[in-house]
Design a protein around this ligand. Structure first.
Ligand SMILES: Nc1nc2c(ncn2[C@@H]2O[C@H](COP(=O)(O)OP(=O)(O)OP(=O)(O)O)[C@@H](O)[C@H]2O)c(=O)[nH]1
Ligand SMILES: [Mg+2]
Length: 599
């Protein structure tokens, strides 16, 4: 069979999943009356709510006599290493670039990885319907990016097409108005090589990612490079280091539109999901018995960020969740490790806590959010960057940052990032709009987003993605303001909050239960401030005219999980339950804190 294997790659939000929608629709994946949701591939709850793709997924369509396997990848930087692994199972990529934004940090990252693997990308300039599109410029920028990344002459000669993914339109030139995706399908047929299908050779298949199913257990998703795989077949599983073990294939699935189809066999060229090998892992080779040579290893990037996960021991512990114990948390983290490649979990000896490490804040906060939805209560510490020793030198992760801001804010932003050890690389101004590129240590970016939004009055756009490890950059200043801490348990009263709101920014509204040591806001001063938010107004017989009505509270912006994680300091924790996100001091009483930290 004629099979083509492609992945769709791009910076976050440039329209990958939307394009897959259109490809599925026009590739006849649906029957006439099938009701299909927008962004159908983003099927996970958190994906739908956050409006981003978190897990790479594959699908397949038929065009003419050909089957096209398509892998939709996440664009967010935290999932970049997954994209890198996935590129191993395809023969071509569609590189999407927003016709207004142009190439962004993650465009660069995924393109670099594709070029290194020798892939020849098809460039899709998407969103040409945007009023501020500058598609022709963007083509030049993409060309420059290819050149900077050391593309070969063949790669530089990339085919391109313009698109409005949302309307299911592609067109060869900017002027003509397209009517469907035919020009893109034609490019795919012309430029994506037919998947090699040597069915005579003995079986070799390699998982690029993992999945889990309650009935069949862990499954490997990857490409069959050679031979044929059959249900019931006895196989060897070879590790890159040459060690081997036995296994048996119990189920094979291939993609068909939005569904998986169970088949009894599949051959070289096909992308399959296989069950039967319980401890299968990314990069291993599933092979016929006589094979001794594993496929080339797939490297898994080391984590860059870690946090401690603790049992909830706040005064409110156990009130809102059902999964509370260390044992339950441990089991859940172990289960996560089954499929979450790149996640590290380690019990911290002598404590009820775990060190959980991943590829970025979002990678970890998606896990925390899943856990709270499943009924867990836990506490997490401030995210910390993981240093690495490379050739005897202590190194830290550094990110490529692109900032788009109105020109008036550029000075402030450059200042802020310099303090955080950022180095400016480039700055361009067009129509009072600045694009500034920096290299910034990941450490300097933790907690930066909040300041950035405030300083740019919400008009700035911040994009960053991991670039490399570099020599440690020295001290970076932390949060400049202290916390407002409740000195007493109780329920917050509008009267006291009204008095406090001038002294800082409140995180909680009236009638919120609080405990001693809980953080209820940010102080305007640099030190922590102890307050009593539970005091009510003394009743007097004389009613001061108008003062009750005048007690208007500034609306509080409740913190999201990510905001809370970015916000807290080293001596603070985020308490997460199915119903609440609270911030607290690690040590709840002032006495304990003073004892721990005598001035
Ligand atoms: N104007 C315009 N908007 C588009 C077009 N294609 C996609 N969008 C919008 O862009 C947003 C992001 O689209 P997605 O398809 O989720 O982007 P993505 O690349 O899959 O994003 P991630 O998976 O999170 O990296 C959505 O709001 C789409 O409706 C287009 O051609 N024109
Ligand atoms: Mg997507």
């Amino acid at each position: 069979m004629d099979i083509r294997n492609i992945a769709i790659i791009a910076h976050v939000d440039h329209g990958k999943t939307t394009l897959v929608d259109a490809l599925l629709e026009q590739g006849g994946a649906y029957t006439e009356h099938e009701e299909v949701q927008e962004l159908a591939m983003d099927s996970d709850d958190q994906e739908r709510e956050r409006g981003i793709t978190i897990y790479a997924k594959n699908t397949a369509i038929h065009y003419k006599d050909c089957k096209i396997n398509i892998v939709d990848t996440p664009g967010h930087a935290d999932f970049g290493s997954e994209v890198e692994r996935i590129l191993r199972m395809v023969d071509c990529v569609l590189l999407l670039v927003d016709a207004q934004e142009g190439p962004m940090p993650q465009t660069k990252f995924v393109l670099k990885k594709s070029l290194e693997l020798g892939l020849k990308p098809i460039v899709v300039i998407n969103k040409i319907d945007k009023p501020a599109q500058r598609a022709m410029n963007v083509i030049d920028m993409v060309f420059d990016l290819f050149a900077t990344l050391g593309a070969s002459n063949e790669q530089l000669d990339f085919p391109h097409v313009f698109a409005i993914a949302r309307e299911g339109i592609a067109q060869e030139t900017l002027e003509e108005k397209g009517k469907d995706l035919t020009p893109l399908f034609d490019l795919i047929m012309k430029h994506v090589p037919i998947a090699k299908s040597d069915t005579e050779a003995p079986l070799r298949m390699q998982p690029s990612s993992l999945a889990y199913d309650d009935y069949v257990g862990r499954m490997g998703i990857g490409r069959i490079y050679e031979g044929t795989m059959k249900v019931g077949q006895q196989v060897s599983v070879l590790k890159p280091d040459g060690s081997e073990r036995n296994g048996k294939i119990t189920k094979i699935f291939i993609a068909e539109g939005l569904n998986k189809k169970e088949v009894s066999e599949a051959s070289a060229g096909e992308i399959v999901t296989v069950a039967g090998i319980d401890d299968i892992y990314v990069g291993e080779t599933v092979a016929a018995k006589q094979v001794t040579e594993p496929l080339p290893a797939i490297s898994i990037d080391p984590p860059t960020i870690s946090m401690s996960f603790l049992v909830n021991n706040s005064p409110f512990a156990g009130k809102e969740g059902s999964q509370l114990t260390t044992r339950q948390i441990r089991a859940r983290l172990e289960r996560e490790k089954e499929t979450n490649v790149g996640l590290h979990v380690e019990a911290i000896e002598g404590t009820d806590s775990f060190r959980v490490s991943g590829r970025g804040e979002l990678h970890l906060s998606v896990l925390i959010e899943s856990m709270r939805r499943e009924g867990f209560e836990l506490q997490v510490s401030r995210p910390e960057v993981i240093f690495q020793e490379i050739d005897g030198v202590v190194c830290e992760p550094v990110e490529h940052v692109i900032i788009d801001v109105p020109e008036e804010f550029s000075g402030t932003i450059i200042n802020l990032l310099s303090q955080r050890k950022g180095e400016m690389q480039d700055m361009k101004t067009e129509d009072d709009q600045c694009r500034i590129e920096f290299l910034v240590p990941t450490r300097g970016l933790l907690g930066f987003r909040g300041d950035f939004i405030i300083e740019t009055k919400g008009e700035g756009i911040l994009n960053h993605s991991f670039l490399k490890f570099e020599k440690e950059k020295g001290e970076i200043p932390g949060r400049s303001r202290g916390s407002m801490i409740s000195m007493t348990p109780g329920e917050t009263m509008a009267f006291s909050l009204w008095n406090l709101q001038d002294r800082g920014t409140l995180f909680v509204g009236a009638q919120t239960p609080v405990y001693e040591g809980m953080i209820i806001g940010e102080s305007n001063k640099s030190e922590d401030m102890m307050v009593n938010p539970t005091k009510n107004k003394k009743l007097t017989n004389v009613r001061a005219s108008g003062s009750d009505e005048a007690m208007t509270l500034v609306p509080v912006q409740e913190m999201s999980l990510e905001q809370a994680l970015e916000y807290i300091s080293d001596d603070e924790l985020v308490e997460v339950t199915p119903k609440s996100i609270r911030l607290r001091k690690k040590l709840l009483t002032e006495v304990e804190r003073k004892r721990a930290n005598p001035k």
